[in-house]
Design a protein around this ligand. Structure first.
Ligand code: GLU
Length: 474
């Protein structure tokens, strides 16, 4: 068996497969493929009676549009190869969902579980300081967001640090997204990536031909699902699919093993259990087994890897039984595994599309910060007043003409309610996920030489990045 490519090589192989089907001007392909720059910083923080040194990265893959965008990850195994791979995925992700950003990503080598909250604040502040002073965090140049191991708490600290260092910048809040709602964030950002996974699956199941391609039939409702990783993305995807779409989540794979319930797990309860016990072991809602890796290979309709990269590789791809895999994580399937799965007819909804819900709502948050007004604030009551006009008119007609019509209270309640920020964010996200799927699917379905959705997604994304370079005369 040949050695697995690294994460960055894996992304490059996928890029190359698509680029080979395009007719890019000489040199442009290389320009789009390579990562523009990676900044490595080693900084010290005094704690627990000593000076501790931490290593952090901020990689910029493509500046064809600015600001560049992408999360900051806190994990012990963060390294340059990984951050660069993730930065390039951000470029293609943003292009595919038409978020007007270049691609970037950051990482800090740290296991956040080993630090107190107050220590994490000092580490985050110092890391942010190093990046801000080099414009690697800046509302018009580089805008981070949460990723694995970070949340709105770290984003609030970064925003505060930027404001302290740029006291007269009226757009300071737009220097980072994924902030708490009461600190300049937007409704629906925390759940956005998981919600995007749900919308992606809903859109997939609107196309019977695509469903048949995966060897499945019918609707999303009733499908069995295995989820790996009940972090922010996996949790929200599993929660929405099970409570709103009628799916049955039969397996949840976590760090310490797998929890199984063929009748469907109660996601909120399992999440609660993990929060209190650190893992799924002992959770009374299902049967526990410590062999989490083997559970990836169990039969199911939909497999959702929502944890780390490289979990489906040359060593297990042959044994995966899922018919449809949706990459909620970044890079969960290596390039070698991708080949094997494709040959076996497994349909993969690729990461650059599947998990783009997060950056999509980050885009809305950034726009909200720059416009200094909440979405819906100007229109909501006006919309309600116009709807009330129709309802009153219908009721008047019914009475005057003795038609005997009555509007159901449920309809009236829903129709009369104007859209607030959360409804608008969901509508914008749903629209984005539908449009992006259709642009990929069009290429997949109309070109004989495009074998899968991933290649189609890269083709669309690379085409848009190339067009943007060409528009600048490069
Ligand atoms: N970290 C997320 C991702 O990988 C979100 C990035 C963002 O919102 O900028 O897509």
């Amino acid at each position: 068996m040949s050695a697995e490519p690294s994460f960055r090589q894996s992304v490059e192989l996928m890029f190359n497969r698509a680029a080979a089907l395009m007719d890019l001007p000489p040199g442009l392909e290389e320009k789009i493929r390579v990562c523009n720059s990676t900044y490595v910083v080693r900084f010290g923080v005094r704690m627990r009676g000593e000076m501790r040194t931490f290593t952090g990265y901020r990689s910029v893959h493509s500046e064809h549009m600015e600001p560049v965008k992408g999360g900051i990850r806190y994990a012990p195994n963060v390294n340059q190869d990984e951050v660069e791979a993730l930065a390039s995925l951000m470029t293609f992700k943003c292009a595919l969902v038409e978020a007007p950003f270049g691609g970037s990503k950051g990482g800090l080598c740290i296991d956040p579980r080993h630090y107190e909250e107050e220590e994490l604040e000092r580490i985050t502040r110092r890391f942010a300081y190093e990046l801000i002073k080099r414009d690697l965090i800046n509302p018009s140049q580089n805008v981070p967001a949460p990723d694995m191991g970070t949340s709105e708490r770290e984003m609030a600290i970064i925003a505060d640090q930027y404001a302290r260092m740029n006291t007269t910048d009226i757009n300071a809040r737009a220097c980072v997204t994924g902030k708490p709602v009461n600190g300049g964030g937007i409704q629906g950002r925390t759940e956005a990536t998981g919600r995007g996974v749900e919308y992606a699956l809903q859109e997939f199941f609107r196309h019977p031909d695509d469903v048949a391609e995966a060897g499945l039939s019918g609707k999303l409702e009733g499908k069995t699902v295995i989820v790996q990783g009940l972090g922010n993305v996996g949790y929200h995807a599993a929660l929405f699919l099970s409570t709103e779409d009628g799916c049955k989540v039969t397996h949840i794979i976590e760090r310490d093993g797998v929890l199984i319930n063929e009748n469907g797990l109660d996601i909120a309860h399992v999440r609660d259990w993990i929060a209190h016990h650190g893992g799924v072991k002992g959770c009374p809602h299902g049967t526990y087994s410590e062999n989490g890796a083997a559970a990836l290979e169990e039969p199911c309709d939909i497999l959702i890897p929502a944890a780390l990269e490289g979990v489906i590789h040359a060593g297990n791809a042959e044994r995966i039984k899922a018919k449809l895999i949706i990459e909620a994580a970044n890079g969960p399937i290596t390039a070698s595994a991708d080949e094997v799965l494709r040959k076996r007819g497994v349909v993969i909804i690729p990461d650059l599309y599947a998990n783009a819900g997060g950056v999509t709502v980050s885009y809305f948050e950034w726009v909200k910060n720059l416009s200094h007004i909440r979405f819906g604030r100007m229109q909501r009551r006006q919309e309600e007043a116009r709807h009330l006009l129709i309802v009153n008119e219908l009721e008047r007609l019914s009475k005057d003409k003795e038609l005997g019509w009555t509007l159901s209270p449920d309809f009236k309640e829903q129709y009369l309610r104007g859209a607030g920020e959360l409804e608008l964010v969901r509508s914008g996200l749903d629209d984005t996920m539908r449009e992006a799927y259709q642009s990929m699917r069009h290429v997949w379905r109309s070109r004989q030489d495009v074998p899968d959705l991933r290649t189609a997604g890269y083709l669309v994304a690379i085409g848009r990045v190339a067009a943007s370079y060409q528009a600048k005369g490069l």
